[in-house]
Design a protein around this ligand. Structure first.
Ligand code: HEM
Ligand code: UGT
Length: 359
């Protein structure tokens, strides 16, 4: 434990001070200071620049992320000093507002207090904005992936609305206190209605999705210190919405309806009706976000940006690690360079990790 922490801390501080061109003297002083803190208190605290660098490099090390070219431009908000659920909720509303920026999405992370014996913060949501899912006699209404969290919210007193796109409440837990629930104010919520550039009937499907994906259930580990509440957002890649969230049979399962409305023969695989429906759904998603001025990236542009990231990392003499199975997009993967090369899926720290569900 203590020895692991000492080792992780030294490794992180060395790489951080080198990359930020600090002097050997600064490095030596800092290592001594941390050594003393760990030996006397069992943990240490990051300076503001160490925290910012750690969060950015954790993004740079995220093997499954195709969006890493912009890792240095992450906006890091330090909220480690907050002590109450009310303050944390206010900071989350500020994050949503700042990141959304009326559609010109700003990649942002808000970092709450590090895990230490008497101060643990957890956000129970998978993403700050996500739709509810309900079991009904006619099947699942809303997002099937939200069934368990929706049930938890209802058990905690949330009033279900039984709609297809009900935004779930924020659920925050401090230490072992009873979790606090709060609705996100409507004026902070930006959503995009999905319409198609040519098929006028598309809008009658009444599909929409939220503008900003904000992952709130992963932990951030920097130099042996774990931040259990550190919500981060980027913008969407279109396929996440068009090829998965609205397409998967176990999500909103829209392909058959779209295929029928396109007049395709949905009974015959060889007509490739499913591929045609998928393509038009993805076209509609990209078109709608763009027309509403909400940041989004298509999978071809995202792959090209990732290529640039690989080239820049090569120039900096850092090796790029990656998880090929996640980096290839779910639509036309072989049309990107990623498909045609291998990636080492080595886990380097700092990084973002899954953590056990608090409910
Ligand atoms: C700026 C635009 C960004 C884009 C377009 C982007 C794109 C993506 C995509 C498409 C995935 C795969 C998601 C899935 O298949 O479910 C992903 C995964 C991931 N991204 Fe990014 N990303 C962006 C920014 C960020 C930022 C700012 C962070 C953190 C600071 C980040 C950290 C991650 C992590 C940790 C994963 C893996 C999640 C998991 O294992 O479940 N990304 N990204
Ligand atoms: N575009 C994004 N996409 C995702 C990034 C990370 C995770 C996810 C959702 O992951 C879920 C868990 C496994 N697949 C879906 C989506 C971003 C979210 C936050 C920053 S960028």
């Amino acid at each position: 434990m203590i020895n692991d922490l000492l080792k992780e801390a030294k490794e992180f501080i060395r790489s951080c001070y080198r990359e930020l061109n600090k002097t050997e003297q600064e490095l030596k002083n800092r290592l001594n200071e941390i050594n003393k803190q760990i030996l006397s208190k069992g943990f240490y605290e990051h300076t503001a620049f160490e925290l910012e660098y750690g969060a950015k490099v954790a993004w740079r090390n995220s093997n499954r992320c195709i969006g890493r070219l912009f890792w240095e431009h992450l906006n890091v908000i330090d909220k480690r000093n907050l002590n109450t659920e009310e303050e944390i909720i206010k900071a989350l509303f500020e994050h949503i507002n700042y990141a959304t920026n009326k559609g010109r999405i700003r990649p942002t992370i808000t970092i709450f207090s590090q895990k230490d014996p008497n101060k643990a913060v957890r956000i129970w949501n998978h993403q700050l904005v996500r739709y509810a899912g309900y079991k009904t006699e006619q099947g699942v209404l809303g997002d099937p992936l939200s069934l368990s969290f929706t049930e938890t919210c209802i058990n905690l007193g949330w009033e279900p609305k039984f709609g297809k796109f009900d935004v779930l409440p924020l659920v925050i837990q401090m230490n072992e206190n009873h979790p606090k629930l709060v609705e996100i104010p409507e004026n902070l919520l930006l959503e995009v209605s999905i319409r198609h550039p040519h098929y006028q009937w598309f809008k009658d499907l009444n599909l929409k999705w939220y503008a900003v994906p904000i992952i709130s259930d992963m932990s951030l580990e920097i130099g042996g210190i774990t931040y259990t509440a550190a919500p981060f957002n980027g913008w969407y890649m279109g396929t996440e919405i068009g090829a998965r969230n609205l397409a998967d049979e176990l999500r909103y399962n829209m392909l058959t309806q779209i295929g029928n409305l396109m007049g395709l023969d949905v009974k015959s695989n060889i007509s490739l009706w499913k591929d045609r429906a998928l393509l038009e759904l993805n076209t509609a998603v990209l078109y709608s976000y763009k027309e509403d001025g909400v940041s989004i990236v298509d999978h071809h542009t995202a792959a090209q940006q990732f290529k640039k990231f690989e080239e820049k990392e090569m120039e900096m003499e850092r090796s790029v690690t990656g998880d090929w199975t996640w980096l290839i997009p779910p639509l036309a993967p072989a049309t990107t360079h990623i498909f045609h090369k291998p990636y080492k899926n080595e886990i380097i720290k700092p990084n973002y990790f899954y953590q056990p569900k608090p409910y």
